[in-house]
Write a protein that binds this ligand. Structure first.
Ligand SMILES: Cc1cc2nc3c(=O)[nH]c(=O)nc-3n(C[C@H](O)[C@H](O)[C@H](O)COP(=O)(O)O)c2cc1C
Length: 203
């Protein structure tokens, strides 16, 4: 078992996992938070190139730092890299989840509803961290809504629980599809931001 995996397995994720993963000698300069927020777009097309395990570990470890209600550790992730399982997960949503079928990896975002009264919020914050962490690593990502979505015969969440052996008490919020970007969208432009939506002092 490699050191990083051993750290995770031991529940002792070291600070090293929080450092962004660089390609040696690439001269790559990491973006500021503002640049990550602006360049993050929903990417639904990916190349076949696999995502380095270190990048996935970094994205998920960072997402574990997301705030939760009462600070409880209620959010869990199932990382799926198996192609056939990705296709089966995508089919759990009646209207389809093409980005999950096309992805090289996906993160199923779960929340222990027995331990969280605000499970939707807790899961949403963590899922947002996954989206932003992916962008930090140059990985394309797209949120696929699962909560309150229909499956083929039951709810999408129940069908995913069955496929991945997830206990009934865990809410299945969404699946974040991940992959090396196969489409390149324009970053958001500061001039197009709805600045009128910010109210200072009163509405
Ligand atoms: C709560 C939520 C649910 C979403 N559900 C889906 C989805 O089921 N399928 C999908 O392709 N994109 C989904 N998206 C992605 C949005 O369509 C996307 O974020 C939005 O169109 C803005 O585009 P951008 O992400 O490129 O800024 C979802 C995003 C959020 C925040």
């Amino acid at each position: 078992m490699r050191r990083r995996e051993a750290l995770i397995a031991a529940g002792a994720a070291g600070l090293g996992l929080l450092a962004p993963v660089s390609d040696a000698g690439s001269g790559e300069v990491k973006k500021s938070f503002g640049e990550i927020a602006a360049s993050r777009r929903s990417v639904r097309h990916y190349t076949d190139e696999p995502i380095r395990r270190e990048r996935l570990e970094h994205i998920l470890t960072t997402a574990l730092l997301a705030p939760t209600s009462w600070g409880e550790k209620v959010v869990e992730f199932v990382v799926v890299e198996d192609r056939e399982m990705l296709r089966r997960l995508a089919a759990c949503k009646r209207i389809g989840a093409p980005s999950v079928a096309a992805a090289t990896a996906a993160v199923v975002v779960l929340v222990n509803r027995d331990a969280s009264k605000l499970w939707i919020e807790d899961g949403s914050v963590a899922a947002t961290y996954v989206l932003l962490g992916a962008e930090e690593e140059g990985i394309g990502a797209c949120w696929n809504q699962i909560r309150d979505r229909q499956g083929q015969a039951a709810s999408a969440a129940d069908e995913i629980r069955g496929l991945l052996h997830i206990p009934e008490s865990y809410g299945v919020l969404c699946i974040i599809a991940l992959g090396q970007k196969g489409e390149h969208k324009q970053p958001k432009k500061p001039g197009e931001m709805p600045l009128k939506n910010i109210h200072w002092g009163k509405f």
